[in-house]
Design a protein around this ligand. Structure first.
Ligand code: SAM
Length: 212
């Protein structure tokens, strides 16, 4: 998702209390940032933020960090964030390629990837957030037994991701090619903006959960 560049979005984000500035300075200190010992879960490529905001409302005992590359998109998430009274939700504007500089080893309890950009050209495969190169990054920051959860309606990207889980040496815990009709895996499902859009036109939603 790349919204039209919104004038002033960088300035708004640069001074907003819910956006962590210079996040690499908090490396290893995220529990201190939240001021408690609760688990830290992150969504990479959160877009307009509906999913992670809803999770933060439902689970006050978990700390959430939404990560988004583009200021203009993050601005939309901030608008939602300003409307809710929760203390467990922060945002970072960054490219997830540098995720290892922001989180220490084992500092993250769960990683959510929702409707990640497909990068359909083979030569761009390394940019997919479910490539083995990204799993290597997740390997470092995720705690032992932590999970990656990935949803998409894009079947070629999902098939690629199933293979990359194995190529990266991870274990596929569960998967479905039709989340909304899978009683077990859809329990408590929180829809993202893209999920709502694509399921409303009849696209089945795929989901996998992986660990190592
Ligand atoms: N997760 C949302 C949803 O399901 O509605 C948004 C999906 S949108 C297709 C993918 C989002 O991931 C975009 O907002 C894009 O800017 C962001 N993104 C893509 N690559 C990223 C990266 N390397 N680091 C951070 N964000 C990224």
């Amino acid at each position: 998702m790349r919204l039209r560049n919104i004038k002033g979005s960088r300035e708004v984000i640069g001074s907003n209390r819910f956006v962590v500035q210079n996040p690499e300075e908090q490396h290893g200190k995220w529990k201190e940032v939240f001021g408690n010992q609760n688990p830290v879960q992150i969504e990479i490529g959160m877009g307009k933020g509906r999913f992670i905001t809803e999770l933060a409302i439902r689970n006050p005992e978990i700390n959430y960090i939404g990560i988004e590359k583009y200021s203009s998109v993050l601005l939309r998430a901030l608008e939602k964030r300003e409307e809710v009274e929760v203390e467990n939700l922060l945002f970072i504007r960054m490219d997830a390629e540098d995720i290892g500089s922001v989180f220490d080893e084992g500092e993250v309890d769960k990683i959510y990837l929702n409707f990640s950009d497909p990068w359909p050209k083979d030569r761009h495969a390394k940019r997919r957030l479910t490539s083995k190169e990204f799993f290597k990054r997740y390997d470092k920051i995720l705690k032992k037994d932590g999970r990656v959860e990935f949803k998409t309606d894009n079947r070629p990207l999902f098939d690629f991701s199933l293979e990359e889980v194995v190529n990266a040496g991870w274990i596929l815990e569960k998967h479905t090619f039709d989340l909304h009709n899978d009683v077990e895996m859809s329990e408590g499902n929180v829809m993202t903006e893209y999920e709502e859009k694509f399921s409303s036109i009849g696209n089945p939603i795929n989901k996998l959960i992986a660990y190592r």
